[in-house]
Design a protein around this ligand. Structure first.
Ligand code: AMP
Length: 224
């Protein structure tokens, strides 16, 4: 396969970040997560961060125009020539159309859109127990993947916090936004033959194995 242009798709808490870390190890491709880019921008107080913060705090999507050029430029960069792992984008029809147009212009194509399927009750359980290191960004879960010492990152002992938008009142809103604005893209990508469904309720290792199997099949199909 010449390029591996992957989109990780699914609701918040479906395990996209966890799988992205494993896929990055497998393929050494740039990882582009719009949520991470925006959180970094908020932390640094850049213009983008200032514009995005209010939407993020409310569990709403930031306006399309703040992200589209940024993402298209990023995945068009030299280090993404062999591919990339895109997480959290597209989330609206306008973003999907912009991505498709940009790709067509570049003569590239999306390899696959991996949909991580997880029911809402499980997402709420996962998100409410999620804790993140303020320094390393490593993600834990208070029940299913706790740190060795409570509230401290295993890597460097830095403090673990709950993302503001992981708090219960915002989570419900984020899930509503996913179902209303983002989930329609499932049929959009299915119609274009790009969607691959993954059962996201399984363990991270089982999910990773499934993803590897899906990618191996795609490679095989390409050589036939
Ligand atoms: P995430 O970490 O992917 O859950 O993203 C955190 C927040 O960033 C979301 O709740 C949105 O406010 C914003 N965000 C991330 N990606 C996008 C996107 N593609 N379009 C609009 N807003 C986004």
């Amino acid at each position: 396969m010449s390029e591996l242009n992957l989109i990780l798709f699914g609701p918040p808490g479906a395990g996209k970040g966890t799988q992205a870390a494993r896929l990055q190890e497998d393929f050494r491709l740039p990882y582009v997560a719009t949520g991470d880019i925006l959180r970094a921008a908020v932390k640094e107080g850049t213009e983008l961060g200032q514009k995005a913060k209010g939407f993020m705090d409310a569990g709403a999507l930031v306006p399309d125009e703040l992200l589209i050029d940024l993402v298209v430029d990023r995945i068009g960069a030299e280090d993404a020539r062999d591919g990339f792992i895109l997480d959290g984008f597209p989330r609206t029809r306008a973003q999907a159309d912009a991505l498709a147009a940009a790709f067509e212009g570049l003569g590239r194509r999306i390899t696959a859109v991996l949909l991580f399927d997880v029911p809402d009750e499980e997402l709420i359980r996962r998100i409410s127990g999620r804790r993140v290191s303020v320094k390393t960004g490593r993600v834990y879960h208070v029940e299913s993947d706790p740190p060795k010492h409570e509230g401290r990152c295993d890597v460097d002992g830095s403090r673990l916090v709950q993302r503001d938008d992981d708090k219960p009142e915002v989570v419900k809103q984020r899930l509503d936004v996913y179902h209303d604005q983002t989930e329609p893209l499932v049929s959009y990508y299915d119609e274009r033959g790009l969607l691959r469904r993954i059962d996201g309720t399984r363990s991270p290792t089982e999910v990773h194995d499934h993803v590897r199997a899906v990618l191996a099949t795609l490679r095989l199909e390409e050589t036939l």
